[in-house]
Design a binder for this molecule. Sequence first.
Ligand SMILES: N[C@@H](CCC(=O)N[C@@H](CS)C(=O)NCC(=O)O)C(=O)O
Length: 222
Amino acid sequence: MITVHHLNNSRSQRILWLLEELGLDYEVKRYQRNAQTMLAPPELRAVHPLGKSPVVTVDGLTLAESGAIVEILADRHGAGKLAPAADSPQRVRYLYWLHFAEGTAQPPLLLKLLFDRIKHRSPLFVRPIARAIADKALESFVLPNIGRNLDFMESELGRNEWFAGPQFSAADIQMSFPLEAARARGGLGEKHPRLLQFLDKIHARPAYRRAVERGGEYALMK
Ligand SMILES: N[C@@H](CCC(=O)N[C@@H](CS)C(=O)NCC(=O)O)C(=O)O
């Protein structure tokens, strides 16, 4: 039995989508973010010490870290459909993008979220200073990195229809979250038509829509 410990508006949406693509039975246990802090509730720490989402339990085994969960489930249940075979040329690109999503694409997007909050939500008496520091970090590091990552992803989708090659794969599922975050937080727009088209295509997939129905509200933080 597979249980997805699902936090609202979070990366665990990808796991629901993967399970729908794989046609597997699963149970969803929902957790709600704190409305002020947006952090996960402490109950999630009873499932995994870090209390982050996603966490999945499979026959008593606890799996965390979305890239690892996607890799394990796709290898076990994809039957060559969502995960290219270990000796295939596509496997190299597949693993690259599967890990790029959390390793390279996501960190500057998280920094953007944090610095934007510092700019707009610091106590009033320190806000001008907080704003100046946040702007400096955004301009010198965060925004250039987001821009370079998006330009790179855009050019790579010019080589193949999907990230790992001509076939849709679990790497596309893993890449969905940073692209959705980049669209919500700014950076992804008209300059990146292939990435926008990628989002339109994945959002139209029946399995994606079923996953949103199972998971409930899915709107990424700005
Ligand atoms: N790299 C981890 C990141 C996990 C993570 O930060 N998850 C967020 C949800 S998108 C979370 O649990 N946030 C709530 C919190 O930190 O309390 C993964 O991909 O699984």
